[in-house]
Design a protein around this ligand. Structure first.
Ligand code: SF4
Length: 367
């Protein structure tokens, strides 16, 4: 990044786009590509400051906190190149079967103590079908729901049947995590055992069931800025409610173990661009923030993030929840998030008045 003086034409173009978003407009792909292409340090700071205004305007000082429980670890049949839990790679990651009620209840207790809105059950497998495992998953969700300590979320892979999504909803599931991971174009470069379309189809079933969508991706896998931009527009098109941005933490033994890290300012710029494209969504900073951003972690909020994954990640460590809560207090942010925030979000393409450039999606077929 250069530290050249502010280019007035760049600065006024960022401001014009910022005002457009603040006035309820949606930026188009070419406008977003301009933002992703900003290079000068001073211009990036300008972009962050507008992203911060957009976050403040649509989200106030509320921050949505999530944590996860690794509900079934390791031995996954898929070959995602970033993942320590794939059976394709030797990573030394733990392996165990589906989790008992006690650890989930402990995670719910801890979440309640720390003002964490939701706990997600995350399973390392390709996906979920009807059968005894679905029964067990539904039991855990029902226990969390009736316990009333936290919102039960889950991330359980690919769903190929509407009935599975309906059963999850009936059990009390409110939000399902299913990242698109990258652009449609880049997807085959990190996974060949399932497709981008499989992921979109799953999201269709979940939406048909009335389940909220948590979907984002991973940056730093070798994708271009254009790939990041296109991922954000795909997420707008599917109407994601929560958009996690993970930053690759290269795991030894995986194909991406030697990927060079993204520069912190490039990461912050990406978060800001996502805020411009997805002004009403919860933009959540998830895996890889501690190792990639180090002392700049608190800047994710001034870059437009409104949500944070706290506690340890699936296979890597995070800074302590206490430290994260102190960071929020120091920034004047409030983790007491309200469910109504979901209803104030635009559903992306297909909504009345939506002016984004993406074609409207066909709903998933109901089996
Ligand atoms: S990311 Fe998920 S689907 Fe891919 S290998 Fe890891 S656990 Fe399996």
């Amino acid at each position: 990044m250069s530290s050249a003086t502010v280019d007035e034409s760049v600065s006024s173009r960022i401001a014009a786009l910022g005002r457009k978003v603040l006035n309820g407009g949606l930026i188009g792909r070419n406008e977003a590509l301009f933002l992703f292409g900003i290079e000068a340090n001073a211009d990036i700071q300008d972009l962050l400051s507008w992203a911060n205004r957009i976050r403040e305007h649509f989200k106030g000082n509320k921050v949505h906190l999530c944590s996860i429980v690794n509900a079934k670890a390791g031995g996954c049949s898929e070959n995602c190149s970033f993942c320590a839990q794939s059976s394709f790679y030797q990573t030394g990651s733990p392996k165990y079967g589906f989790v008992d009620p006690e650890p989930v209840d402990q995670a719910a207790d801890e979440a309640k103590r720390n003002s964490v809105t939701a706990v997600g059950l995350v399973a390392a497998w390709k996906g979920l079908n009807e059968g005894p495992m679905l029964d067990e998953v539904c039991d855990r969700i029902r226990e969390m729901k009736t316990g009333g300590k936290t919102r039960p979320d889950a991330s359980l892979g690919i769903i190929k049947n509407q009935r599975v999504a309906d059963r999850l909803k009936e059990a009390g599931l409110e939000c399902y995590g299913h990242n698109l991971e990258s652009s449609r174009r880049f997807f085959p470069k990190h996974c060949t055992t399932h497709t981008f379309e499989d992921r979109l189809e799953t999201i269709g079933y979940l939406k048909n069931a009335g389940i909220k969508i948590c979907s984002g991706g991973i940056i730093g896998m070798g994708e271009t800025r254009e790939d990041r931009c296109d991922l954000a527009f795909e997420l707008r098109a599917i109407g994601a409610n929560v958009v996690p941005i993970n930053i690759l933490n290269p795991i030894s033994g995986t194909p991406f173990e030697k990927n060079p890290p993204l520069a912190p300012l490039e990461i912050l710029k990406t978060i800001a661009c996502f805020r411009f494209i997805l002004p009403r969504q919860e933009i959540m900073i998830a895996g890889g923030r501690t190792v990639n951003l180090r002392d700049l972690q608190s800047m994710v909020f001034t870059a437009g993030a409104s949500a944070l994954m706290v506690g340890n990640y699936l296979t890597t460590l995070n800074q302590s929840v206490e430290k994260d809560l102190q960071m929020l207090r120091d920034l004047g942010l409030d983790p007491q998030w309200e469910d109504e925030s979901f209803t104030s979000q635009s559903g992306g393409c297909g909504d009345d008045g939506c002016s984004c450039e993406q074609p409207q999606r066909e709903p998933a077929l109901v089996e």
